[in-house]
Design a protein around this ligand. Structure first.
Ligand code: SF4
Length: 273
């Protein structure tokens, strides 16, 4: 049997698309014939000897924790560790290696090659939810779009979102990786649940002057660019969780619902519920 006959259609498609070296997520795959040398794109120009050599079987463990030792609930988050190199001797091992780093990523990229891609749209996805996640059905399309910006932006996830809700475009190919997101992930669903619960809370109004909003926005943007240490991505209950900060930023951007001029004209009311 010819070696390529046993390869999955997904990896064959990927290699047909990238006959030379290529980038997948945050991984640079250097190609030398049938041999692939994988490393973080941050290490693309570093000599292999200066990197820690890992076997293909070691990549799953690598992908579980970020550089600060925090668990990565979302393997497509843009915080894959650098400083390693892995040799995959052949396309089969390459697929295995990429699957350790981005579970299901090659298959999903392949599945999304057709038009339209086989997605599960938000409304269909939450329509199937029961129990504690059912509340995510209550979000309006505008509120879902806020959760998308807070949860699926390039600072949080490299997957190209192909599912959507009315009025929201799917991610464009030039802003994200080749790895397709075909339905909301567990972390997104938790963020949507949290947003729906917050929407049910009583609104507290803070008397703020208009320029205060710029201060708040700048402070929150700063926190998103420099996430607080020790805050787990999956801990949506933590006030410094990046997705929670993103949700608050979205509220600040709402006009006039989140921030409206006070009758006196000098103050604004910030709804924080
Ligand atoms: S739902 Fe959003 S955060 Fe989750 S994998 Fe898809 S794009 Fe990424």
């Amino acid at each position: 049997m010819h070696p390529s006959a046993s390869l999955s259609p997904a990896i064959r498609w990927l290699l047909d698309r990238h006959p030379d070296s290529f980038v997948f997520g945050q991984v640079y795959a250097g190609r030398d014939g049938d041999r692939f040398c994988l490393r973080s794109i941050a290490d693309r120009d570093r000599p292999a000897e200066s990197l820690q050599e890992l076997p293909v079987s070691g990549l799953r463990q690598l992908a579980q924790f970020d550089g600060r030792g925090e668990f990565r609930p979302l393997r497509s988050a843009p915080d894959l560790r650098s400083g390693w190199v892995c040799i995959a001797p052949g396309a089969e091992q390459l697929e295995l290696a990429l699957d350790q780093l981005y579970p299901g990523g090659v298959v999903d990229a392949w599945a999304a090659r057709v038009d339209p891609p086989p997605v599960t749209q938000y409304r269909d996805f939450v329509g199937r939810q029961t129990g504690m996640y059912r509340v995510a059905q209550n979000l309006t399309d505008a509120e879902v779009s806020e959760v998308i910006r807070a949860s699926c932006g390039v600072r949080q996830c490299l997957k190209r979102r192909r599912w959507t809700v009315d009025g929201v475009r799917e991610d464009s190919p030039d802003t994200k990786s080749d790895i397709a997101c075909l339905e909301p992930c567990a972390l997104f669903l938790e963020c949507a649940r949290r947003a729906a619960r917050l929407a049910q809370e009583a609104t507290a109004s803070l008397g703020l002057v208009e320029p205060d909003r710029a201060v708040l926005e700048a402070a929150l943007e700063q926190l998103l660019s420099n996430p607080a240490p020790g805050v787990r991505a999956g801990d949506l209950g933590h006030p410094l969780n990046p997705r929670r900060i993103g949700l608050l930023l979205e509220k600040l951007h709402r006009k006039p619902a989140g921030l409206s001029s006070a009758p006196s004209g000098s103050q604004t009311q910030l709804g924080t519920g």
